[in-house]
Design a protein around this ligand. Structure first.
Ligand code: KG4
Ligand code: ZN
Length: 337
């Protein structure tokens, strides 16, 4: 089965072709227009999607060396995400579907981050997922690939949001997460002990206290000191965030006696997090899959992969019926995914 994935939930326009042979193309057009505003501007995001979606899908087909009539299923992000951004991808996918009579499957963006791991691994269940993105920080217990229960989530900022907002305080461009990651590699993670919110309290997360603590720390130190220790401060912030993420995942796996997990979402590209997860898994004898870097941040291969999982789970529904299923935006489509 040849699946064309389309993703437009936030500020990346993405298209990918997935077949039995694997991912044949994974095209991502990232929007640089938001840098000057320090965050995603929804109206500009939907306009940029509108400008690039046609050529992005075209490029995905060209790279896959397939034509649209070779596509068996179109998979498109239905939410959560920014309403205007989602509508561009959905409308485009619907148009393609109607024009070429190709069945279409609506995919949940958060599920897709998790099932990005199916691109390179066969997953066994039950399984715990730690999903860390710009809009969400969630621990999910998967009893099977179609029974997902959220067992922990952030009470305020998401982990990626914490990286981005703290990076902004430090004067870094949006999105600051990847830049913080690079700078942290040159710094001392134990330079300053920033707070590790809720680290020993249940499975929920909180990162807003860390953000405030960094703000006060910067106000209390002069510019020369901050410049001299910039990488150490970045490393100490990254340490605080990643310690909490690893401790909560370990706690969830021990609490539910589930020795298997996957990491998911944009922050799963973070090198300090990946290294600590590997050490934690080895210490406990756990199997924890981490997606390849190309499948951590928003991409359309994960959307196609999720449609494949959904179709494996519900063959009785039949993909043709999905053409007639509801096209409404996902109920919680108002927050960035
Ligand atoms: O999953 P994603 O691409 O989009 C959402 O669904 O939100 O995640 C984007 C988030 C941003 O907050 C970005 O700063 C963060 O992931 N991120 C990182 C890294 N790469 C992306 N954070 C820390 N280290 C990274 N290497
Ligand atoms: Zn995402």
């Amino acid at each position: 089965m040849n699946i064309l994935g389309i993703e437009s939930s936030c500020d990346d326009t993405a298209a990918s072709v997935l077949t039995e042979a694997g991912v044949l193309s994974n095209v991502i057009a990232s929007q640089s227009i938001h840098i000057q505003f320090g965050g995603v501007v929804p109206e500009l995001a939907s306009r940029a999607h509108h400008q690039t979606i046609s050529q992005t899908v075209e490029q995905a087909l060209v790279e896959a060396q397939l034509a649209i009539h070779d596509i068996d299923v179109i998979a498109v992000t239905q939410g959560p995400g920014l309403m205007g951004s989602l509508l561009v991808g959905l409308s485009f996918a619907k148009g393609l579907s109607l024009a070429h009579q190709i069945p279409i499957v609506g995919v949940n963006h958060m599920d897709a981050h998790i099932f990005a791991n199916t691109i390179e691994h066969t997953l066994d269940y039950p399984l715990i997922a730690l999903t860390v993105s710009g809009g969400h920080t969630q621990l999910t217990k998967l009893n099977s690939s179609n029974e997902l229960n959220i067992i922990g989530q952030t009470r305020d900022d998401a982990a990626g949001e914490a990286f981005d907002k703290i990076g902004k305080l430090l004067g870094l461009d949006y999105p600051a997460g990847p830049k913080m990651d690079l700078l942290s590699r040159e710094g001392n993670p134990l330079f300053h002990a920033f707070p590790k919110g809720l680290i020993n309290q249940g499975l929920d997360f909180s990162f807003s206290g860390l953000k405030t603590s960094v703000l006060y720390y910067l106000q209390d130190h002069d510019d020369a000191f901050i410049a001299d220790h910039f990488n150490d401060i970045c490393a100490s912030v990254s340490h605080a965030i990643t310690e909490v993420l690893v401790a909560k995942l370990e706690h969830a796996m021990q609490m539910y006696s589930i020795p298997r997990a996957v990491l998911a979402g944009g922050v799963s590209a973070n090198s300090m997090l990946r290294a600590k997860i590997t050490i934690m898994a080895e210490k406990n004898g756990f199997i924890i899959h981490q997606p390849a870097l190309a499948y951590c941040t928003d991409n359309a291969a994960m959307i196609a992969a999720t449609a494949r999982v959904m179709l494996q789970n519900e063959p009785s529904i039949g993909i043709a019926q999905r053409l007639r299923e509801g096209w409404e935006i996902h109920p919680y489509a108002s927050q960035p995914g």
